[in-house]
Design a protein around this ligand. Structure first.
Ligand code: NDP
Length: 292
């Protein structure tokens, strides 16, 4: 069984970014990422902080825009518009989830698609479906594809089952596996899927993006399958100082012995998401300057 080391692959992606950033800097270009945080959600603050730190490490200019929880839709839209027009900013993201009164979809649509490094704007969703390389691929599924590639997992002709159909993970993941990069035969499962164990049992590759701790159990996984666990779930654990530990959507201990390859949680898909965000930001700076 191969335990796929997401930290290692993420480091590889980041060192590729560093090389490209150095080349851009030689041309007088510094990639810039703006992250908009609305409100005080503690998990969002942590995510935004780690994105800013990663930018700093790599030499990407980062700008954090912290807005009060009671900011209006118009105020957020005005910030997005300002960033759209700021030449120092190549990538914009609004940390999810915003407070409930904010229409997140309207904000995503307001971001200039050329700066939408999350890949959530309808134009980028369409480009992914069209396999048009001028768009941005959402970071988490892009990271999963890179993990499969670097782990030497053959996707072409493989039976792949993606569990979950969100716009952030499941749906783009299915498109990537199905497209010319993946060439897999893809089934997308969700909460209405009948006999999920039987569907998963056929899979050479399972991507679990459900949001339910240790949901995928050994009886659902074929001997010799590859399992990519996207889930990040907090479960109570009195033995930890924090009072909780992180587990994936896969029951790792019982599933891993059956697998050819599997990602752990933490240390699998998680580190890839931020690395791919950095890669998209570097790409955005290249696009903005007409560099292929
Ligand atoms: P969503 O809640 O948006 O989607 C979950 C999907 O799982 C839905 O399509 C849902 O089906 C499906 N589902 C729920 N219950 C079942 C079930 N019993 N059987 C089959 N399918 C089911 O979650 P996300 O896609 O945003 O995230 C999924 C997980 O990935 C979460 O744990 C999240 O924390 C993690 N995540 C990790 C990231 C990382 O960087 N590693 C980044 C993003 C997310 P239906 O559509 O029918 O409701």
């Amino acid at each position: 069984m191969q335990k796929i080391d997401g930290k290692l692959v993420a480091e590889r992606v980041l060192s590729e970014c560093k090389e490209q950033i150095a080349e851009l800097q030689d041309k007088g270009i510094t990639p810039g990422l703006a992250v908009v945080l609305i409100g005080e959600d503690p998990a969002s603050k942590v995510y935004v902080g780690s994105k800013a730190r990663k930018c700093e490490e790599l030499g990407i200019y980062s700008r954090k825009i912290e807005m009060a929880a009671d900011s209006t839709q118009e105020e957020v839209m005005a910030v997005v518009e300002e960033l759209n027009n700021d030449p120092a900013i190549h990538g914009i993201l609004v940390q999810s989830p915003p407070p409930a009164h904010i229409d997140e979809e309207a904000i995503v649509r307001a971001i200039n698609p050329a700066k939408d490094v999350d890949g959530f704007h309808p134009e980028n969703v369409a480009k992914l479906a069209l396999e048009d390389p001028s768009g941005y691929v959402p970071c988490t599924p892009a990271g999963c594809m890179r993990l499969l590639k670097d782990a030497g997992v053959e996707t072409s002709g493989a039976e792949a089952v993606v569990i979950g159909r969100s716009m952030i993970v499941g749906k783009p993941m299915a498109l990537l596996l199905m497209g010319r990069e993946g060439n897999a035969t893809v089934t997308v499962a969700h909460s209405r899927t009948k006999d999920l164990a039987e569907v998963c049992g056929r899979a050479d590759i399972i991507v679990a993006a459900i949001g339910k701790p240790e949901f995928v159990t050994a009886n659902m996984v074929k001997e010799g399958a590859t399992v990519i666990d996207v889930g990040i779930n907090r479960v109570e654990d009195a033995s930890k100082k924090s009072g909780y530990r992180l587990v994936g959507d896969v029951a790792y201990d019982e599933v891993a012995p059956k697998c050819k390859a599997i990602t752990p949680v933490p240390g699998g898909v998680g580190p890839m998401t931020i690395a791919m965000l950095m890669q998209n930001t570097v790409q955005a700076a290249k696009f903005a300057n007409g560099i292929a």
